[in-house]
Design a protein around this ligand. Structure first.
Ligand SMILES: CC(C)(COP(=O)(O)OP(=O)(O)OC[C@H]1O[C@@H](n2cnc3c(N)ncnc32)[C@H](O)[C@@H]1OP(=O)(O)O)[C@@H](O)C(=O)NCCC(=O)NCCS
Length: 454
């Protein structure tokens, strides 16, 4: 199969020549179609001069062999205990999986190079049978394969100093490989979309972005039932991600194990799963620069389409002229995510009510929506207004999404009509049938804003 090298234009320039380890486990090990989709994307990366390294886990077959994790866990560490008597069977399985992946690589035009378990230096974990921990990586053979343009295939497991095979976690191996080879990115492919955390209502939501400190906080995060949010399945991935970013890997991506997600994650700055980076790369500034006006207008234009209108078509966002937006620049908040402006809102003091401020113009770029950016922008806006001496903030909306958000941030719908004059003036731009949906929310800035746990 020929590889379309024209795709390299899509990938970030700084990835050329850099090592990109991809840890594959779960469904692709059982499902050839999913594996082939992933490897086709790997072939695109490779054609765009990235140096891919595949690290694979044991998947369902190891579970079938050893039993479910919960039945074979060490009571204190919760790590799997590997009975030494099972080692020959696991090693056989590991070799079979590795060979199968190598065959699949060839089918998409990749040149695989099978790595021996000896590339992973392991130490036995006392009390865990033949389970080991990853101590280091012997990089020579991996580097050599990479130099020849081959894709090293590293199996799970490693050898201790006596040459004994130990069952080590493939996420940890992948993190160690990424750190040793100064990878630009590490991909951990899973059966989930990424890291899921509960929102205020207890629903599990994808966490699209977390920095190193946030990652550590996540490991301690408890849900409403006082159970750790990060479960046994996700824990090794988060630990591996922490190890990798702490040792200099720029970003770890925890994503769904399929070729499209892998590709999209590399191409787009939004991604499909969870990105873990050492340093926070988003920033909310209060006060926008005139040079940011075109981006503010672009985002607002995206948010004034049919998706964001009341039932008769009036846009939730109030139209503003360029001159009006320019006047508001000092009082505009701008959200930069990965060096792009992705969200905006503004505030204006309410002259008729003392210490009161109104905020609005709330918009997040279409493809960044639903990833908690709006919530962060709104929280920052409320905090800023409180810090600036305002006691009350108000905001008018007909958008069900915004109403949900405002309620979760402590906003109370002004049913008593304290701000009735302001609400009826604002409702005039809506059609008669839509006006019943227009609500004014009041925020008491004395009280701390309800900040979600994650
Ligand atoms: C309103 C807007 C800024 C929200 O930004 P966002 O980044 O997508 O929102 P978030 O991901 O931070 O979600 C925050 C909260 O909004 C609510 N929300 C978001 N998407 C929702 C949906 N599809 N349905 C219902 N509520 C939703 C939820 O309460 C959510 O909190 P949760 O995820 O903890 O449940 C964005 O949707 C937007 O730009 N819309 C178009 C413009 C617009 O309508 N502006 C409002 C003018 S009044």
């Amino acid at each position: 199969m020929s590889i379309d090298t024209s795709t390299d234009n899509f990938f970030p320039q700084d990835t050329a020549g850099r090592v990109v380890p991809i840890k594959i486990s779960g469904k692709p090990l059982d499902d050839a179609q999913t594996m082939m989709g992933i490897l086709r994307t790997v072939a695109e990366f490779q054609a765009a001069a990235m140096r891919c390294v595949v690290v694979h886990g044991g998947g369902k077959q190891v579970t079938d062999l050893l039993g479910p994790l919960k039945d074979t866990q060490h009571s204190r560490t919760k790590l799997r205990i590997t009975p030494p008597s099972q080692v020959p069977a696991i090693v056989r399985l590991s070799t079979e999986l590795q060979q199968r992946i190598a065959d699949q690589c060839r089918q998409v035009g990749l040149e695989p190079q099978l790595m021996s378990a000896s590339v992973i230096e392991a130490t036995r974990l006392p009390g865990h049978g033949a389970t080991g921990d990853v101590d280091g990586v012997r990089t020579y053979a991996i580097q050599e394969a990479i130099t020849k343009g081959k894709v090293p295939i590293i199996p799970f497991g490693g050898l201790d100093h006596t040459g004994t095979w130990l069952n080590t976690n493939a996420d940890t191996s992948a993190a160690a490989v990424a750190a040793e080879l100064k990878a630009i990115k590490l991909f951990l492919l899973t059966n989930e979309r990424g890291i899921l955390v509960p929102n205020g209502n207890g629903q599990m939501k994808l966490l699209s972005y977390v920095d190193f400190k946030g990652l550590l906080a996540l490991l301690r995060l408890l849900d409403k039932n006082n159970k750790f949010v990060v479960d046994d399945g996700m824990l090794p991935k988060l630990e591996a991600a922490a190890l990798a970013v702490a040792q200099g890997v720029d970003a770890v991506h925890i994503i769904k194990a399929d070729g499209l997600s892998l590709r999209e994650e590399m191409v787009s700055d939004v991604g499909t799963g969870t990105i873990i980076e050492r340093m926070q790369r988003h920033r909310i500034a209060v006060g926008a620069h005139a040079s940011e006006l075109p981006d503010i207008k672009r985002i607002r234009a995206e948010c004034m389409t049919g998706d964001f209108t009341a039932k008769k078509g009036t846009t939730f966002l109030k139209p503003k002229t360029d001159a009006e937006l320019t006047t508001l620049l000092d009082r505009t908040l701008v959200f930069h995510h990965r060096d792009r402006l992705i969200g905006t809102m503004y505030f204006e003091p309410v002259d008729t009510h003392p210490a009161t401020v109104s905020f609005g113009g709330f918009a997040v770029s279409h493809r960044n929506q639903g990833a908690q950016h709006g919530r962060q922008l709104c929280e920052t806006c409320l905090e800023t207004l409180g810090d600036n001496g305002f006691l009350t903030a108000i905001s008018i909306t007909a958008s069900p999404v915004v109403k949900n958000l405002y309620k979760s941030l402590g906003g109370i719908s002004d049913t008593e009509g304290k701000f009735g004059d302001i609400l009826s003036a604002a409702a005039k731009r809506y059609q008669a049938e839509e006006r019943g949906d227009v609500e004014l929310f009041v925020f008491n800035l004395h009280q701390p804003v309800s900040v979600e746990d994650a």
